[in-house]
Write a protein that binds this ligand. Structure first.
Ligand code: UD1
Ligand code: MG
Length: 495
């Protein structure tokens, strides 16, 4: 996230700044949430773009906001911290050129390079932007466009116009293009590098002479060409980087590409992914070498996984830190910490505030919430631990339940080390059990159990000899009496 070495914009002009155009209404999303905030692989669209700019070494990022601007600012400031980004307001959405004009009060005096990027292209990478900056600087250009060559009809994209010598002369919007211009497959990606002074000079000369009656940023390119400045173009090696989100169909398509990109990066860094088609890893997740992700694994949020783990199949892990050599099968974890060499699942649910130290075993149908389990603890089957602290090597028997909630408040349970909690122990919190203690199966523990003690809290067993035979004979007797009565009754009826 943090900016790398700032990218020099060439000719010792100073450092690169960027204008991100994100004031548009994005009606086609049909959403209450501004388009820029829709998440793609766990991060808002705009955050992907802002991160790419930081990766490219851009030191100042000005976001032009308009539609739902408060929501956008708040979300971004929550993500990056207040004061990191700068904002310009465009209260009326009068076109991309008009949007760029809004940044002039902040950037007008900037004599370095100004990148302009759209707010809806999350696949744009830091590498692509760096390359654009390099080309811009080496060509000593007034403007350098990032273009892409499409393999099919270029639809609604702006077409790049070149003169007979191949030099870029302008951009024409699809709406305003002649049939011949429409045939051009080299498109404007809406990603540009400008010399700051040239950009703001040309922006002042924009006129709304087009089908939409708006101020088009694209016209700046023609104006600079006409003014005799060099207009260079960098063709994106992969047109994918410029795809924009305009509808939720595109949102899903772009998310699928981003997901694949994340998985490829992980695989190339040494993570085995058995089935990329069913594996979902969000952008910020980190995974160590030689960890294997099995099918149907979903890793999200601030999840971090160590080396040599086996995660999945069917794992849903959010905001969880997992150590090395952990096995996590068919389970859910949210806001948990799992120590080295631990085994979780199948069918476990680790909820927020759960900490497992190394070599803990949490097994079949176990739910744990806000509890700390020390090294070597085993909770093998069918248990619920809430607000509990469990000491090292303690064994929690099948069916153990902490009764941590009295209908109003949560209460803690404290269990020492090397203790044995018998099967189906009910621990009525607040309650404390010492070290090397032992509870009898089926006990309801309501009072403290000191270290080394055995606690049994259940009804004593009663044995009634011969009870089953006596019961059987009683039932047989009752049955024959009923039959006899029925026979009598029938006899009466027939007379
Ligand atoms: C724009 C380009 C087009 C290019 C395409 C690439 C223009 C005139 N056209 O078209 O050449 O091929 O991008 O995707 O620039 N915005 C504002 N304020 C406004 C209008 C737009 O901030 O008044 C923002 C939008 O929020 C969006 C970006 O600018 O993030 C691009 O606007 P959009 O309406 O999507 O432009 P396109 O029609 O896609
Ligand atoms: Mg667009």
């Amino acid at each position: 996230m943090s900016a790398e070495t700032p990218a020099k914009s060439g000719n010792n002009e100073g450092f690169a700044a960027a204008i991100v155009l994100a004031a548009g209404k994005s009606t086609r999303m049909r959403s209450k949430l501004p388009k820029a905030l829709h998440p793609v692989c766990g991060r808002p669209i705009l955050v992907h773009i802002l991160d790419a700019l930081a990766e490219a070494g851009v030191t100042r990022r000005i976001i032009v906001v308009g539609h739902e601007s408060e929501k956008v600012r708040q979300a971004l400031d929550n993500h990056y911290g207040a004061g990191i980004l700068e904002y310009a307001e465009q209260t009326v959405q009068n076109g991309t050129g008009h949007a760029a004009q809004m940044a002039e009060p902040l950037l007008g005096g900037h004599d370095g390079t100004v990148l302009v990027v759209p707010g809806d292209a999350p696949l744009l990478t830091g590498d692509t932007l760096r390359q654009l900056l390099r080309t811009h600087s080496s060509k000593n250009a007034g403007a350098t466009l990032l273009t892409a060559v499409l393999s099919q009809d270029a639809g609604s994209y702006g077409r790049v116009l070149r003169g007979t010598d191949g030099a870029v002369t302008g951009i024409v919007e699809a709406r305003d293009a002649t049939p011949e211009q429409r045939g051009v497959r080299e498109i404007n990606t809406s990603v540009y590098a400008f010399s700051g002074p040239s950009l703001f000079r040309a922006l002042r000369d924009l006129r709304p002479n087009n089908a939409q009656g708006e101020l088009y940023l694209t016209d700046v390119v023609r104006l600079l060409h006409e003014a005799g400045e060099i207009v260079a173009a960098e063709v994106a090696p992969d047109p994918e980087v410029v795809l924009g989100v305009n509808t939720r169909v595109e949102l899903a398509e772009i998310a699928a590409r981003m997901r694949l990109r994340i998985l490829q990066r992980l695989m190339l860094s040494g993570v085995t992914i058995a089935d990329p088609a069913t594996t979902y890893v969000e952008a910020g997740v980190e995974i160590g070498q030689d960890t294997t992700l099995l099918p149907n694994t979903h890793l999200s949020g601030a999840t971090r996984i160590g080396e040599d783990c086996r995660i999945g199949p069917n794992a849903i892990v959010t905001d969880t830190i997992i150590g090395d050599r952990v096995q996590f099968r068919v389970s859910l974890a949210d806001g948990a910490v799992i120590g080295d060499d631990s085994k979780v699942g199948p069918f476990s649910h680790l909820r927020p505030g759960t900490t497992l130290e190394p070599r803990v075993r949490v097994g079949n149908f176990v739910e744990i919430k806000a509890s700390a389990l020390a090294e070597g603890v085993a909770v093998g089957h069918l248990a619920y631990l809430g607000d509990a602290v469990v000491g090292a090597r303690t064994n929690v028997g099948a069916g153990t339940i902490t009764c941590n909630y009295d209908g109003q408040r949560k209460h803690p349970t404290q269990i020492g080390s090397d203790t044995f909690i018998g099967t189906s122990t009910t621990l009525v919190a607040p309650v404390t059990i010492g070290d090397e203690a032992f509870t009898a199966a089926g006990s309801v523990i309501t009072n403290p159990v000191p270290s080394g003690a055995f606690a049994i809290a259940r009804e004593r067993q009663t044995v009634k000899e011969g009870w089953v035979r006596a019961r059987r004979e009683k039932f047989a007797r009752m049955a024959s009496e009923t039959a006899a009565q029925a026979e009598k009754g029938e006899g009466l009826n027939t007379q």
